[in-house]
Design a binder for this molecule. Sequence first.
Ligand SMILES: [Zn+2]
Length: 229
Amino acid sequence: MRPVTKGNAPNIYANYQDAASDLQSCIGEFCSYCERHIETHLAVEHIQAKTHVPALRNSWINFLLACVNCNSKKGRKKIILDNYLWPDIDNTLMAFEYSTGGLVKVNTTVPASIQVLAMSTIKLVGLDNEPGNPDIKSRPTKKDRRWLRRQQVWQLAEECKNKLIANNTIEVRELIVSNAVGRGMFSIWWTVFNGDQDMRERLRVAFIGTAADCFDHNENLINRVGGKI
Ligand SMILES: [Zn+2]
């Protein structure tokens, strides 16, 4: 899950829907949870449901962006912030692991207490919903194709990596990065380009709003100040 920096509220909103374009300008046209690039129907997501915390209904600090699948899976559950990891607070990239086929798992090298939060976060938005999940309740509905998109993007990223090995030029690097931004799923690209510091930096910079304070000068992940990880 890409960690993001929203910055200060660019405006005061009478209606939360009005924040959508500011959010897209600050953190890109990506679902904050599944990371897909979404051109339309990317909704202003209330971290804490407006039914439970009406005071935060129009509040920038309570906003992220979410696709219909992540939004509907999360629903109106009552959220205790400390029980989950959040892309605008924590170094969420550190807590999750993306592997072949785009599977999302908890990173088992982080402290056990963080692993618990990471698993709760996966379950909250159903990032483990994929056809191979042994738990029937964690298999995707027909309308939920996030798993398929992750699989496709993983494959594309691998192909791009091979093309870069065959033709290692700045132009190919730039082309891959613009392709990546068009698809979304920063975490997958970042994982596949493990070992290529230049590509990782290009990806981090190109995906607008990626939290720079989650990376050191060598593009390694570091704990986020103020975050749980
Ligand atoms: Zn999503």
